[in-house]
Design a binder for this molecule. Structure first.
Ligand code: GRF
Length: 198
């Protein structure tokens, strides 16, 4: 893995499913919206993930992580492509501490709530059950916890009285698609550095 002092440019995206955030990142890249960042690898924990087709359609290397030994495979791929930023986008595995340590300050995740509120799964159901008037999305640095790392940026949406989890998810997702490219561009241009690095 490449330890960069300067701006990140080689981006890996880890997914497990639909890949709409991946699609937003790729669209931003092709429109010049990722600055110097280039997506060089997409890896999925699920063989059937629709996001793999999103990657292939964009001409990006798409790999499936094996069930057994997925972390070692991930480490190998990240090293092979020289990734200096890893974006988790709906990746349903927890990165092992050695990958997080090797890429300290180079791993970000997007989560569909206003963290630190509502980490984990079934976010929109829980937001509605709690009677929240607002929700949103967060991009954060990844640490060894689940959805616990330092917040980088957030976008908020209103929760409507007639929302169900699907309508709320769609409203939040539209904001995710704006937020993630903005953050990747900021990291890649060096405008945004991990905590403790200025
Ligand atoms: C997004 O809501 C993201 O915030 C969460 O998982 C979902 C992934 O969606 N971590 P997609 O695969 O990017 O469409």
């Amino acid at each position: 893995m490449v330890a960069v002092a300067g701006p990140a440019a080689r981006v890996a995206v880890f997914i497990s499913g639909r890949g709409s955030n991946l699609g937003a990142l790729l669209a931003a890249e092709s429109g010049g919206g990722l600055g110097p960042a280039s997506i060089v690898l997409v890896a999925s924990s699920r063989p059937g993930a629709a996001g793999l087709e999103v990657a292939k359609a964009a001409g990006v290397r798409a790999e499936v992580l094996p069930r057994e030994g997925w972390a070692a495979a991930a480490r190998g791929l990240l090293a092979e492509v020289g990734a200096d930023l890893l974006c988790l986008a709906g990746f349903m595995r927890i990165l092992p501490p050695d990958i997080i340590a090797a890429m300290a300050g180079q791993v970000v995740n997007i989560h569909p709530s206003l963290l630190p509120a509502f980490p984990g799964l079934d976010v929109h159901e829980r937001v509605l059950a709690a009677g929240m008037e607002a929700s949103g999305c967060t991009v954060h640095w990844v640490d060894e916890g689940v959805d616990t790392g330092p917040v980088i940026a957030q976008r908020a949406v209103a929760v409507m009285p007639d929302d169900d989890p699907e309508t709320l998810a769609a409203r939040v997702l539209a904001q995710e698609h704006l937020l993630y490219p903005e953050v990747v561009r900021a990291v890649a241009t060096g405008r945004l550095a991990p905590p403790g690095r200025g």
